[in-house]
Design a protein around this ligand. Structure first.
Ligand code: SF4
Length: 212
């Protein structure tokens, strides 16, 4: 397990982008062995969000983007990588910064999966979205609604969320992954165990996702 730790001199020196953690390999947030980045900051604040610790912006999580891109490339050199997932927090609350990071990530893979709590219909005409849309292969949109968590989908916390293919050629890869149902991966992070993935509600039984 790679946990990309940022050198302290890169933290807080430049107020460029806020990233909490980066882990590899993760199997539970997209198909294959993936690098996953958790961004900081979300003003949507869904009831029972699984990452409320990432809601508040935090300058202690600042990282300079050029250095971040290089750090990631160095860390995964020689490793098998099937894709990158960006989750948060809400990554689109740093869309300007994301537009600078994505070219670095696209040097590594063309499979970039992005989670957002915003509706695709509301963001797709934004000028800033135009700067990043060509880098995103698959988008999961809309906020998490606890009452709509049906324990079915590995990538969708609640049934209102949509799996949107923004690039051709990814549907088959993702749909075979979606048939697995919910997956959770336990990893050590900062000397404690964390669970990575979309979690089941205990009140409901597990089942496979049927893509709409
Ligand atoms: S949009 Fe995502 S990160 Fe933000 S509160 Fe909802 S579930 Fe949590």
């Amino acid at each position: 397990m790679i946990n990309i730790r940022f050198p302290e001199y890169l933290r807080g020196k430049y107020q460029i982008m806020q990233i909490d953690r980066i882990l590899y390999p993760i199997y539970t947030l997209g198909p294959g062995e993936r690098l996953v980045l958790w961004t900081v900051g979300c003003s949507i604040r869904c009831y029972k969000c699984s990452n409320p610790e990432l809601w508040e912006k935090n300058t202690a999580k600042n990282i300079e983007i050029e250095n971040l891109g290089n750090l990631i490339k160095q860390a995964i050199t020689g490793k098998k990588i099937d894709g990158i997932t960006i989750i948060g927090g809400d990554p689109l609350e740093q869309i300007e910064e994301l537009s600078k990071l994505l070219p670095h990530l696209n040097d590594i893979t063309d499979d970039i999966l992005l989670f957002t709590g915003y509706k695709y219909e509301d963001i797709k005409s934004l000028e800033k979205w135009q700067q990043i849309k060509d880098y995103i292969s698959v988008l999961i949109d809309e906020p998490y609604i606890d009452e709509l968590n049906d324990n079915k989908c590995v990538l969708r916390g609640s049934t209102n969320q949509n799996i949107i293919y923004l690039k051709n050629g990814f549907k088959e890869k993702y749909e075979s992954y979606l048939s697995k149902g919910r997956l959770v991966q336990n990893v050590f992070y900062k000397d404690k165990m964390i669970s990575v993935g979309i979690h089941n509600l205990e009140r409901k039984a597990n089942a496979a996702c049927v893509p709409s």
